[in-house]
Design a binder for this molecule. Sequence first.
Ligand SMILES: [Cu+2]
Length: 156
Amino acid sequence: MSWFPNISGGRLLAIPALLFALNAGPAQAHSHKVKHLEIVHPWCVETQDTAKPVAVYMTIRNRAGRPDRLLRATTSIAAKTELSAGAIAVPGRGEVDLKRDGPQIRLSGMKKQLPAYDSFPLTLVFEHAGKVLVDVMVEDAAILEPARKQPQSEGH
Ligand SMILES: [Cu+2]
């Protein structure tokens, strides 16, 4: 991604988010605000193997004083969508991070591969906010885990 100028320090995840924002129009960042909630940068890692489950990550911010709870999620691209923690609590005037070592949304029975820089719709269902439709960005595994990248024989 060396052709992309001045990505702010170390935030590699900002690259696909920025590309998405350009596609969607300059006023729109990759976050979804619905009622008292803001869903920031839903993403997952690209897959070539539909037999592998896919973890979906995001930050859920709650501007309201009362807590909310993510009860379930659904998407047409997976046969099954599970929350790793049953339901995921979102504290009042706080946020929860769905991340690798935390609560996650897990998709299985994938109906298609997820190539990098693709995106797919995911519906989140909250106790108070109700249904929130978000776009999940598919991130390039090589960018996320450069140590595991195969050595390249040719330069570029
Ligand atoms: Cu994003």
